[in-house]
Design a protein around this ligand. Structure first.
Ligand code: SF4
Length: 144
């Protein structure tokens, strides 16, 4: 049964800005066992692989070369939520920490200097409150 939606990069998909992934074995196990769907709001919003990294500044999202990609981030977030809503058995969304889309609790500060601040990614802010949202570092809260 599908119970989870997971950031695709955590399950080994090479969807990050640099074409890499951030595989997490627990997330991959959930996916391999058929318990999860994958979402990547940035790619779903039309951004390419590879792409310039992006960060949030003053409520908008900019790539490292100064392109405003706010619309792509918002569109991708809404498409990801629409997909998740098609699976009524999903109760938990597992996300990649610090991402300008998927980051929960903290994100980069918009200066592209590696500094983090408190905040959420664009996708996180669109997630309905009925879902539990965890980062890959909070998976001990899941009984597998
Ligand atoms: S948008 Fe989310 S799923 Fe896609 S690469 Fe970034 S952190 Fe991973």
């Amino acid at each position: 049964m599908i119970e989870y939606a997971i950031s695709a990069c955590l399950c080994g998909s090479n969807v990050r800005y640099d074409g890499s992934n951030k595989v997490n074995e627990t997330c991959k196990k959930l996916y391999d066992e058929g318990k999860a769907i994958l979402i990547c709001p940035e790619v779903m919003g039309g951004l390419l692989i590879p792409r310039n990294p992006s960060e949030i500044r003053d409520g908008k999202v900019y790539s490292s070369v100064g392109k405003d990609v706010t619309a792509e981030f918002h569109n991708g977030a809404l498409l990801a939520i629409n997909l998740i809503e098609r699976y009524p058995t999903i109760h938990t969304i597992i996300v990649k920490e610090s991402s300008p889309s998927c980051g929960l609790h903290e994100i980069y500060d918009g200066s592209f200097t590696g500094k983090k601040i408190q905040g959420n990614g664009v996708f996180i802010n669109e997630i309905p409150s009925k879902y539990r949202v965890l980062t890959e570092h909070e998976l001990t809260q899941i009984t597998l």
